[in-house]
Design a protein around this ligand. Structure first.
Ligand SMILES: [Cu+2]
Length: 141
Protein backbone atom coordinates (compact mmCIF):
# COMPACT_ATOMS: atom_id res chain seq x y z
CA UNK A 1 0.00 0.00 0.00
CA UNK A 2 1.16 3.45 -0.78
CA UNK A 3 0.10 6.23 1.31
CA UNK A 4 -0.15 9.68 0.00
CA UNK A 5 0.27 12.36 2.46
CA UNK A 6 -0.98 15.65 1.37
CA UNK A 7 0.16 18.57 3.31
CA UNK A 8 -1.79 21.68 2.87
CA UNK A 9 -0.15 24.76 4.08
CA UNK A 10 -2.55 27.56 4.28
CA UNK A 11 -1.23 30.97 4.79
CA UNK A 12 -4.12 33.12 5.71
CA UNK A 13 -3.63 36.73 6.32
CA UNK A 14 -6.72 38.44 7.48
CA UNK A 15 -6.45 42.12 7.80
CA UNK A 16 -9.49 43.63 9.37
CA UNK A 17 -8.23 47.03 10.27
CA UNK A 18 -10.89 49.65 10.64
CA UNK A 19 -13.56 47.03 10.91
CA UNK A 20 -15.00 46.07 14.21
CA UNK A 21 -16.79 42.79 14.08
CA UNK A 22 -18.27 42.21 17.46
CA UNK A 23 -17.97 38.49 18.01
CA UNK A 24 -18.79 37.68 21.57
CA UNK A 25 -18.01 33.99 21.30
CA UNK A 26 -14.50 32.65 21.70
CA UNK A 27 -14.82 29.59 19.51
CA UNK A 28 -11.72 30.51 17.59
CA UNK A 29 -9.33 30.46 20.47
CA UNK A 30 -5.76 29.41 19.77
CA UNK A 31 -3.08 28.85 22.31
CA UNK A 32 -0.24 29.89 20.12
CA UNK A 33 0.87 32.75 18.03
CA UNK A 34 -2.18 33.46 15.89
CA UNK A 35 -1.57 37.11 16.27
CA UNK A 36 2.17 36.70 16.27
CA UNK A 37 1.85 35.36 12.75
CA UNK A 38 0.66 38.77 11.71
CA UNK A 39 4.31 39.53 11.43
CA UNK A 40 5.35 42.37 10.94
CA UNK A 41 9.01 43.17 11.04
CA UNK A 42 10.24 42.07 14.41
CA UNK A 43 13.70 43.39 13.67
CA UNK A 44 14.11 46.97 12.60
CA UNK A 45 17.11 49.18 12.00
CA UNK A 46 17.03 52.95 12.42
CA UNK A 47 20.17 55.06 12.00
CA UNK A 48 22.46 52.08 12.61
CA UNK A 49 20.67 50.86 15.72
CA UNK A 50 18.90 47.53 15.35
CA UNK A 51 16.02 46.67 17.64
CA UNK A 52 14.54 43.20 17.90
CA UNK A 53 11.16 42.76 19.54
CA UNK A 54 10.41 39.38 21.10
CA UNK A 55 6.65 39.09 21.63
CA UNK A 56 5.02 36.99 24.34
CA UNK A 57 4.89 33.23 23.67
CA UNK A 58 1.11 33.20 23.81
CA UNK A 59 -1.34 35.30 21.86
CA UNK A 60 -1.61 38.92 22.67
CA UNK A 61 -4.35 39.61 25.16
CA UNK A 62 -6.50 42.49 26.23
CA UNK A 63 -4.58 43.18 29.41
CA UNK A 64 -0.90 42.96 30.26
CA UNK A 65 1.54 41.67 27.60
CA UNK A 66 5.24 41.26 28.20
CA UNK A 67 7.61 42.16 25.39
CA UNK A 68 11.36 41.76 25.34
CA UNK A 69 13.67 43.92 23.29
CA UNK A 70 17.27 43.62 22.20
CA UNK A 71 19.07 46.73 21.03
CA UNK A 72 22.39 46.55 19.21
CA UNK A 73 24.62 48.67 17.04
CA UNK A 74 27.51 47.44 14.88
CA UNK A 75 29.70 47.29 18.03
CA UNK A 76 27.28 45.20 20.09
CA UNK A 77 24.58 45.70 22.73
CA UNK A 78 23.38 49.25 23.41
CA UNK A 79 22.21 50.43 26.78
CA UNK A 80 20.16 53.45 25.80
CA UNK A 81 19.87 56.35 28.22
CA UNK A 82 16.19 56.57 27.38
CA UNK A 83 14.16 53.55 26.34
CA UNK A 84 10.50 54.42 26.15
CA UNK A 85 7.72 52.04 25.07
CA UNK A 86 4.13 53.02 24.34
CA UNK A 87 1.05 51.23 23.07
CA UNK A 88 -0.91 53.23 20.50
CA UNK A 89 -4.13 52.40 18.64
CA UNK A 90 -4.03 54.39 15.39
CA UNK A 91 -7.62 53.67 14.33
CA UNK A 92 -8.99 55.21 17.49
CA UNK A 93 -6.24 57.67 18.32
CA UNK A 94 -5.63 56.50 21.84
CA UNK A 95 -2.91 54.94 23.90
CA UNK A 96 -3.13 52.55 26.80
CA UNK A 97 -5.07 53.43 29.93
CA UNK A 98 -2.41 51.79 32.07
CA UNK A 99 1.09 53.25 31.61
CA UNK A 100 3.65 50.92 30.05
CA UNK A 101 6.43 49.84 32.37
CA UNK A 102 9.96 49.28 31.10
CA UNK A 103 12.77 47.49 32.85
CA UNK A 104 16.34 47.63 31.63
CA UNK A 105 17.98 44.32 32.27
CA UNK A 106 21.38 45.34 30.90
CA UNK A 107 23.43 44.19 27.91
CA UNK A 108 21.05 46.02 25.58
CA UNK A 109 18.04 44.06 26.82
CA UNK A 110 14.77 45.53 27.97
CA UNK A 111 11.45 44.18 29.16
CA UNK A 112 8.22 46.12 28.73
CA UNK A 113 4.73 45.37 29.95
CA UNK A 114 2.15 46.88 27.62
CA UNK A 115 -1.46 46.79 28.78
CA UNK A 116 -3.76 46.86 25.74
CA UNK A 117 -7.20 47.92 26.84
CA UNK A 118 -9.09 46.62 23.79
CA UNK A 119 -8.73 44.22 20.87
CA UNK A 120 -7.70 45.39 17.42
CA UNK A 121 -4.66 46.79 15.64
CA UNK A 122 -2.10 48.40 17.90
CA UNK A 123 1.34 49.85 17.49
CA UNK A 124 4.12 49.22 19.95
CA UNK A 125 6.19 52.37 19.67
CA UNK A 126 9.72 52.42 20.99
CA UNK A 127 11.87 55.50 21.45
CA UNK A 128 15.51 54.64 22.13
CA UNK A 129 17.49 57.85 22.62
CA UNK A 130 15.46 59.58 19.92
CA UNK A 131 15.45 56.70 17.45
CA UNK A 132 11.85 55.65 16.85
CA UNK A 133 10.73 52.12 16.08
CA UNK A 134 7.14 51.02 15.42
CA UNK A 135 5.92 47.42 15.58
CA UNK A 136 2.40 46.46 14.53
CA UNK A 137 0.52 43.94 16.62
CA UNK A 138 -2.98 42.53 16.31
CA UNK A 139 -4.79 41.93 19.57
CA UNK A 140 -7.68 39.46 19.26
CA UNK A 141 -11.12 40.92 19.90
CU1 LIG B 1 -9.37 51.54 20.47
Amino acid sequence: MTKFIIAIIASVFVVSCGEHSDHSDHGDHHNHSTTNNHVVELVQTVDGWTLEMIPPDADYVVGANEFQFKLIDPDGPVDATEFDVEGWMPAHGHGTAVPTTVETTGEGEYTATVTFNMGGAWEVQVNADGKEFVFNVMVPM
